[in-house]
Design a protein around this ligand. Structure first.
Ligand code: MG
Ligand code: MG
Length: 250
């Protein structure tokens, strides 16, 4: 049996504040996403914005991660390290942002188009975002973790996309990653039970073709095995009696 934290109203308030800073940072950063900007510049803009909001970037130095946000381009799935690489027209970039406010975390990722992108990338983004909401739709008190993953993977299956299995969503609160794991696949009616007051991050990572991945030499960047494009959409949500409250709403 695993123990999952139920958050107090006070804790929820702080998590909500952290999540608000996360979505504000996304909104602020979005205007800078265009050909020519480097991912390092995006990282600097995000870090400054987060600190000015009175918070701390959760990812900085997390298990040694060297930057404030993750920037994953095209075939990079997650955990891309900001660098001097410039964005090009036609790229897609997944930006993952975590924020710690007064000891509580919020976490949200979004994949953005850089200028005009190919129709197949456009569809991948659309359906991965849709898969996230399909997963969120089933959540309420009394539902099990497997129900979420089942909703996500059965939606994505229609398009023959690959659902990444090695990386999963998670509980969140005092720690950036808490129990339970929230896989993007699963059997209905299985896994830990969700209860009112739990806070989880749901985050489908979907590859255009194979679900298989590998880790680059930098020890961080996760890449699709066949180098096909990959998308990542994530919200932090509060489980309620009737459904979810999306805390990182844009
Ligand atoms: Mg994240
Ligand atoms: Mg996360």
């Amino acid at each position: 049996m695993i123990i999952i934290n139920i958050k107090s109203p006070y804790e929820i308030e702080l998590i909500e504040k952290a999540c608000k800073i996360v979505s504000d940072t996304h909104k602020h950063l979005e205007q800078f996403i265009r050909p020519g900007i480097t991912t390092k510049e995006l990282d600097e803009i995000a870090e400054k914005f987060i600190r000015e909001a009175g918070a701390i970037p959760s990812f900085k130095n997390y298990q040694g991660f060297p930057a404030s946000i993750c920037t994953s381009i095209n075939e990079e799935v997650v955990h891309g390290i900001p660098s001097s690489r410039k964005l090009k027209k036609g790229d897609i970039i997944s930006i993952d942002i975590g924020v710690c406010y007064k000891g509580y975390h919020g976490d949200s990722a979004w994949t953005y188009a850089v200028g005009k992108i190919s129709p197949e990338k456009e569809r991948l983004l659309k359906h991965t975002e849709k898969a996230l909401y399909e997963g969120l739709k089933v959540i309420k008190s009394g539902v099990r973790i497997g129900d979420i993953g089942h909703a996500i993977s059965s939606y994505v299956k229609k398009f023959n996309y690959g659902v990444v299995r090695e990386l999963v969503g998670h509980g969140i609160g005092k720690e950036l990653h808490e129990l339970p794991d929230v896989p993007n696949y699963g059997k209905p009616g299985t896994g830990p039970l969700l209860k009112e007051g739990m806070v989880i991050a749901v985050e489908p990572m979907i590859n255009l073709r194979t679900h298989e991945i590998y880790i680059k030499e930098d020890g961080w960047t996760i890449v699709s095995k066949d180098n096909s494009p990959s998308a990542h959409f994530e919200h932090t949500v509060l489980v309620t009696k009737e459904g979810v409250k999306i805390l990182t709403k844009r």
